[in-house]
Design a protein around this ligand. Sequence first.
Ligand SMILES: Nc1ncnc2c1ncn2[C@@H]1O[C@H](COP(=O)(O)OP(=O)(O)O)[C@@H](O)[C@H]1O
Ligand SMILES: [Mg+2]
Length: 337
Amino acid sequence: MSKNQLLELYEELDESNAEEELPLHKRLFQKRESKKQEMDAKLFIRAQEISREFQFTYKAARFEEAWLLDSLVEIAEHKWISDVLRKVKGGKEASVYLCKSGVAVDAPLLAAKIYRPRMLRNLKNDQQYRVGREDLDENGNIIVDDGALHAMQKRTAFGEEVRHRSWIAYEFTTLEILHAAGADVPKPYAMEKNAILMGYVGDLSNAAPALNSINLTVDEARPLYERVIRNVDLMLTHGRIHGDLSAYNILYWNGDITLIDFPQVVLPDSNPASWNIFFRDVTRICQYFSAQGVDCDARTLASDLWTSHGYKLVKEVDPKYLDAEKPEDRLIWKKQK
Ligand SMILES: Nc1ncnc2c1ncn2[C@@H]1O[C@H](COP(=O)(O)OP(=O)(O)O)[C@@H](O)[C@H]1O
Ligand SMILES: [Mg+2]
């Protein structure tokens, strides 16, 4: 069964009421998925144990609840959160929940981003982002263990799990680096298993909307545009490109912006596609702000930022591949010098 079918099944199960009997065909369909059932059964048992200890205000559907409890139990045990109030947003990759903080945290409300279980994730093509990135373990440290690296290469189930963790760890460590550098990102608090706990943007009744749903006057838009560019610049200073930057991944609250959603960050030094990815990020930002009346030219802006950090627009070619006899190769050599 494909990942998408699994995902559909998962969602269908979530939508079905606890009291409601599933139609026969769905029951039969469900019965066939023994592996999936086994996983769910384990999750259920664990969820039951956990739910004796933690009673959350948010009442999730059955399947979601098992997953939610399993993902958050350690975070709750460490008193990072005391309650889950509601779901802010459900996505294909992850869902975000509004949580009441526990005694270990200085802010009243927190956002928990919980990634779908590895096998149910609608894996976006993460390969292009992973090029040149060392994989990280659940503590955010570079994996040097040969067994884990080998498993990842071989794409075993364990390897996929390690890869999934690394994806999440990149989001968390990037938040840590950028937050410490003074960027406009949520404060990261904890990373456990497949969950990240961070500062929540919004209030009790409303989470901050994404910038793409906001219309600004030119006078409002200009300083925010400058602010976004300052963040993009700061990211380059810290060796990061967002990789999926657009007005959809910028929250807008009380006139301020917050950049979110970092698992796919690209390291400009080591990814050969980094300029293209960077240029795409800047282009999307310019698209939004141009529509708000701000004058911006994506190519000029992106190349100025890029070169100001010492990166080259033309991809370097190793001299050993150049032929001194060929005029076109000599031209390349000259440009690179
Ligand atoms: N710290 C946060 N505070 C408030 N809302 C958030 C926060 N982080 C994420 N969200 C909400 O959850 C949505 C999904 O989060 P995001 O990190 O963009 O994951 P993805 O787009 O991969 O599903 C966002 O569009 C936003 O609505
Ligand atoms: Mg997003």
